[in-house]
Design a protein around this ligand. Structure first.
Ligand SMILES: *[C@@H]1O[C@H](CO)[C@@H](O)[C@H](O)[C@H]1NC(C)=O
Ligand SMILES: *[C@@H]1O[C@H](CO)[C@@H](O)[C@H](O)[C@H]1NC(C)=O
Ligand SMILES: *[C@@H]1O[C@H](CO)[C@@H](O)[C@H](O)[C@H]1NC(C)=O
Ligand SMILES: *[C@@H]1O[C@H](CO)[C@@H](O)[C@H](O)[C@H]1NC(C)=O
Ligand SMILES: *[C@@H]1O[C@H](CO)[C@@H](O)[C@H](O)[C@H]1NC(C)=O
Length: 579
């Protein structure tokens, strides 16, 4: 297939968008050869049972409290504990917000249970109130509660008529707006960067900490943006957008950001960062905001920071941390949150790089049985204290994206192994327990709400993606689907959303051409060379020592767009030769 030698920037951007959309649409699903239909149905049934085991135990023993304690069959009102490592300022008279129910609603729809979805929606409509004296983490409350409510509202009102006629009067949207209004008080700072914590009833408490994380103030735009689009009130989106712009203005000359900062002074506290905790969803929301809203501003930020990440953090399939000011490596650690990154790379068509990293994460999963929270790459040992696995979804999420992009049945086998580990190590009579220590598989009495909103959902979608048919969605960082609508989108005319992307996929062969590298360098390799352009800032994955053998392995330099060459010592670079 011939690739045009030059495409206008707009065409390239459209292409990135097309790749993103097509990967999330299932209408081109083909049964995976090698993973038979009966096996697929069997896996789907297993995941369904996992979800209901978690959900029904929550409903029986914890609802309307926040989360289930599956070993003792009791509950925890954990909303104020999320992100609250030192468990400070915990509420006295807080009775829970049905957090796990809110998180389960979109999963119930993905599983096709409209009856239970309707019951949940009506219960919340009548009984949920945010006028509670509870100090919550803005980020956590945004992705779990606001995102859960908005997604459920959209699913309740879309054309599929999931609810009995006339029964739903936008109550979840009213609740979401009530919550959004409470959030706005956090943004009242000299910089416009929001406080990390807010008391739902009283606003920012006296002497509140001014420290927040990059994710904390840089991943609010999807939910706050959706809230503005749905209510017609631009204040929510504006607040989130201004915070993002301010944060971006704090980047270093290398286009890197740190991990923690002060919302009053606008100064960095922790200069080291990577792709994991404290930063992860910041990158994710830049790209997803571009896909959802189409504003070039988001794309430009994402584009720059993606290149910087690939350049300064990537080492073969791994990502270490680096100092934002110098780009020098700081910590060589694998964390289980980083496993989301391949899924994000799929959205820009960087399939080869995604595949390579995903394989490494899966090897770690296989070695331990689940993914440990932190592994020290430089010393090749587990982190001494962070040995836990709290039922995190990231590997399942990436597996789902890679399967959607490639239809390679191998990813269904990965899903099978994840499901089998979860049932073997985490399932208890009363639900699914977290793993406290992956070396002993000792359990902990906590079933996190994201197990229902994400882990089970992505695993289910791997085996049955009927939900995605006929509609393009992006998933928030908490796994709540938001539809791509032309009315929310700056440039997407209706005709750009065909119901069937098969043609596009075949023509452009996204498996081998990275739209990202096309975006970075609008040149292609010689037409008869038989290989596509690979990832931006390419570092060879082909050999265990990550050293190159030939120029061809070095890819194209992202700043000059020139072919890089392989030095005698095996390093890729833009070596200057004197004629
Ligand atoms: C919907 O969920 C309820 C509660 O878990 C369950 O009893 C019911 O069987 C489910 N319905 C379907 C169709 O799966
Ligand atoms: C609201 O909660 C009360 C008390 O738990 C319950 O009786 C009522 O049925 C709930 N409302 C709905 C619509 O489920
Ligand atoms: C806030 O800090 C000031 C000064 O340190 C102190 O006097 C005051 O008691 C603190 N207020 C609260 C509610 O902790
Ligand atoms: C992923 O990597 C494996 C092993 O390197 C390779 O066999 C497979 O073809 C790759 N798949 C894609 C889609 O790149
Ligand atoms: C998608 O469109 C192509 C060509 O227009 C057609 O051949 C194919 O059957 C369609 N696929 C589905 C699943 O509708």
């Amino acid at each position: 297939m011939a690739v045009a030698r030059f495409r206008s920037i707009l065409a390239l951007k459209t292409r990135v968008l097309i790749v993103s959309l097509l990967l999330l649409n299932s209408t081109f699903s083909q049964p995976a050869a090698g993973f038979g239909d009966a096996k697929r149905r069997n896996m789907k049934e297993k995941v369904r049972q996992m979800f209901y085991h978690a959900y029904e135990n929550y409903m029986a023993y914890a609802f309307p409290h926040d989360e289930l304690k599956p070993i003792t069959s009791t509950f925890t009102d954990s909303l104020s504990e999320l992100g609250n490592l030192k468990l400070e300022h915990l509420p006295q008279n807080y009775q829970g917000s049905a957090l796990t129910l809110i998180e389960s609603l979109s999963s119930l729809v993905v599983l096709g249970n409209n009856t239970e979805f309707e019951k949940g929606v009506l219960w919340l409509a009548e009984n949920l109130s945010f006028d509670v004296d509870a100090r919550v983490n803005l980020f956590e409350c945004n992705i779990r509660v606001l995102g859960g409510l908005l997604s459920a509202h959209i699913l309740a009102t879309d054309s599929k008529n999931r609810l009995e006629r006339g029964i739903y009067q936008n109550q979840l949207l009213d609740l979401a707006e009530d919550l959004g209004r409470r959030f706005l008080r956090a943004f009242d700072t000299p910089t416009g960067l929001p406080y990390a914590w807010i008391n739902l009833k009283y606003g920012v408490v006296e002497n509140e900490t001014t420290e927040t994380s990059t994710s904390g103030c840089g991943s609010l735009i999807l939910e706050m943006g959706a809230l503005s689009r749905l209510t017609g009130n631009p204040r929510y989106e504006n607040a989130a957008r201004h915070a993002l712009q301010k944060l971006w203005s704090m980047r270093s000359s290398l286009n890197l950001l740190g991990t923690t900062l002060d919302v009053v002074t606008g100064e960095w506290i922790e200069y080291s960062s990577g792709i994991g905790a404290g930063v992860d969803s910041f990158y994710e929301y830049l790209l997803k905001a571009y896909i959802l809203f189409g504003s070039d501003e988001f794309w430009d930020m994402f584009h720059s920071v993606y290149l910087a990440v690939q350049k300064y953090f990537r080492h073969g399939p791994w990502y270490h941390e680096a100092d934002m000011r110098t780009g020098r490596a700081t910590y060589w650690q694998l964390t289980s949150l980083q496993a989301f990154w391949p899924g994000l790379q799929i959205l820009i068509g960087d399939v080869a790089a995604a595949n390579a990293s995903h394989r490494e994460f899966y090897h770690v999963w296989e070695r331990f049985g689940v993914l440990p929270e932190r592994y020290l790459l430089d010393r090749n040992v587990l982190h001494p204290t962070e040995k836990y696995y709290p039922l995190r979804p990231e590997l399942a999420e990436s597996t789902f994206y890679l399967y959607q992009a490639t239809k390679d049945p191998w990813y269904m086998e990965v899903g099978e192994s994840i499901v089998s580990s979860l049932n073997r190590y985490a399932k208890v009579t009363g639900g699914f327990a977290s793993i406290r220590d992956v070396t002993t598989m000792q359990q902990e009495d906590h079933q996190h709400s994201f197990f229902l909103s994400e882990t089970c959902k992505y695993l289910y979608l791997l085996y049955d993606d009927t939900f995605l048919a006929g509609q393009n969605y992006i998933f928030t960082t908490e796994g709540h689907p938001l539809p791509i609508r032309s009315s929310w989108h700056e440039k997407l005319p209706e005709s750009y959303i065909p119901h069937n992307w098969t043609r596009v996929k075949n023509e452009d062969d996204v498996l081998h051409v990275s739209s990202m590298s096309l975006q970075v360098c609008p040149v292609t390799v010689p037409e008869n060379s038989g290989r596509g352009v690979e990832s931006a800032c390419h570092i060879p994955d082909n050999h265990v020592d990550h050293r190159c053998r030939t120029d061809g392995e070095c890819g194209i330099d992202s700043t000059t767009c020139r072919q890089r060459t392989c030095s005698i010592a095996g390093y890729c670079g833009l070596w200057v030769f004197i004629d």
